[in-house]
Design a protein around this ligand. Structure first.
Ligand code: NAP
Ligand code: HSE
Length: 433
């Protein structure tokens, strides 16, 4: 009879350090809940000489992955090195050797999750990846277990802590984009290449995982329409505020009559919506179920200890499954056909900011173009621009199809009196929802 579960920890960076701290600090509670102690047997790193901020027996640290994946002394691999390679190969090799996997790696699960889960099923092994989406929020478990009896029609999420931290600081303190990005990197929130955060790729991977589990479809990353925050200006943020909105990098997954849309984009969210008050590194996922109605899951989306709680909780589930002898039997493969919406089926309100010549008839021309494409106005602001020779026109539309709004933008771009279409963003969470 086993007295401990032996863990091979891959990675001792932000998340790996948190995992060691929690396993050391909460050992008693973990043992009471699982009946077994959790023992870290080996830790894989790149640099043996790096200073570590935790006390850990140097004998445990190795640079040889075989000390973990091929060792008879390891039952579970916790992968927190990140990236696709070599993490993918290490995980597949570990599964081949009958080891269970806990990972925080959304890149890997969004791109190769199906292959990894298939191998795990063949080998009777568990693969859990709660920390891959929204850090410390137990959202994947909520989707798979809590919503098992319902039918989810909408998930909207602030699922990238770095960009939410940047947008909050820009909105509340008028902070400079590059300065705040540097801060987020220093705090351990950003990916090693922060382009993944600011261009929306990290959030897109998380939305692919959420929509696969929430809609039971095999959602691939290419199906997620993705745009980041690097073009969002302080002017847009302040106009949005005047109109009653905050700008957030929002993941949007909607299902209407089994047609699905999934995207990540800077979005104006009405201050009446609970997502508008999610600030800083906090994440939130708003889930609408046909039977339950509105729910929202909120918490820290990144950082050492919050992320480690999700990893160690997955570890607890693996241990409980080991005791019950049910490892590898929990996952449900996607069973719904994936049918994606086209541009005529994607419908929402939009925010447009234009620079125009400040002369008679221009506003009439703008409203004519909107009306010719079936787009009607909800709010309009006009501000002097460039010393008054030009004007900025800021519009929030009523609901329109994406096809129509793109046609409007094309037509505006061809008008002499419209000098520039500065911004076009989706608007969510208003009264028409
Ligand atoms: P990190 O701070 O950069 O740490 C990565 C660790 O992995 C380091 O200890 C590094 O070794 C080790 N490593 C990297 N490549 C390796 C290789 N080829 N072989 C052996 N060891 C290697 O990363 P992190 O922020 O902890 O993130 C880890 C994972 O968690 C990523 O998938 C990330 O997306 C995910 N995640 C992170 C957060 C967060 O808040 N940071 C939140 C949710 C999910 P050295 O220490 O020797 O350099
Ligand atoms: N870079 C990610 C974020 C880490 O900022 O949300 C958590 O996945």
């Amino acid at each position: 009879m086993k007295s401990s579960v032996r863990v091979g920890l891959m990675g001792l960076g932000t998340v790996g350090t948190g995992v060691v701290r929690l396993v050391q600090g909460h050992q008693n509670d973990l043992q009471k809940q699982t009946g077994l102690s959790i023992e870290i047997k080996k830790v894989l790193v790149q640099d043996l000489d790096k200073e570590r901020s935790i006390s850990i027996d140097k004998e445990l640290i190795t640079t040889d992955p075989l000390d973990l994946v091929a060792s008879d002394d390891v039952d579970v691999i916790v992968e927190v090195i990140g990236g696709i390679n070599p993490a993918k190969q290490y995980i597949l090799d570990a599964l081949d050797n009958g080891k269970h996997i806990v990972t925080a790696n959304k890149d890997l699960m969004a791109l190769h999750g199906a292959e990894i889960l298939k191998k795990a099923e063949e080998k009777g092994c568990d693969v859990f990846y709660e920390a891959s989406v929204a850090g410390g929020i137990p959202i994947l478990r909520a989707l798979v277990e809590g919503f098992a009896s319902d039918r989810i029609t909408q998930m909207m999420g602030i699922v990238n802590g770095t960009t939410n931290y940047i947008m909050t600081k820009m909105s509340q303190e008028g902070a400079d984009y590059n300065e705040v990005l540097k801060e987020a990197q220093q705090l351990g929130y950003a990916e090693s290449d922060p382009t993944a955060d600011v261009e929306g790729h990290d959030a897109a991977r998380k939305m692919a995982i959420l929509s696969t589990l929430g809609f039971h479809v095999d959602m691939s990353l290419e199906d997620v329409d993705c745009k980041g925050i690097s073009q969002v200006t302080s002017e847009d943020i302040s106009y949005a505020k005047k109109l009653g909105y905050e700008i957030k990098l929002l993941g949007i997954a909607k299902r209407d009559d089994n047609l699905i849309e999934v995207s990540v984009q800077p979005t104006l969210i009405s201050r009446k919506h609970p997502l508008a008050s999610v600030n800083g590194v906090f994440n939130a996922v708003y889930v609408y179920g046909e039977a339950v109605g509105e729910t929202m899951f909120y918490g820290p989306g990144a950082g050492e200890l919050p992320t480690a709680t999700a990893v160690v909780s997955d570890l607890v589930t693996v241990v409980k499954n080991m005791k019950l002898g049910v490892n590898g039997r929990g996952s449900v493969a996607p069973y719904m056909e994936k049918r994606l919406k086209n541009d005529e089926q994607i419908i929402s309100k939009y925010y447009l900011r234009l620079v125009v010549a400040d002369k008679r008839g221009v506003l009439a021309q703008i409203t004519r173009i909107l009306s010719e494409h079936d787009v009607s106005l909800e709010q309009v602001l006009q501000q002097p621009y460039n010393g008054g020779a030009q004007a900025e026109i800021i519009i929030v539309t009523h609901k329109a199809t994406r096809k129509d709004i793109y046609a409007v933008r094309r037509e505006f771009e061809g008008q002499d009196s419209v000098l520039e279409v500065k911004s076009l963003y989706r608007v969510e969470g208003g009264e028409e929802e």
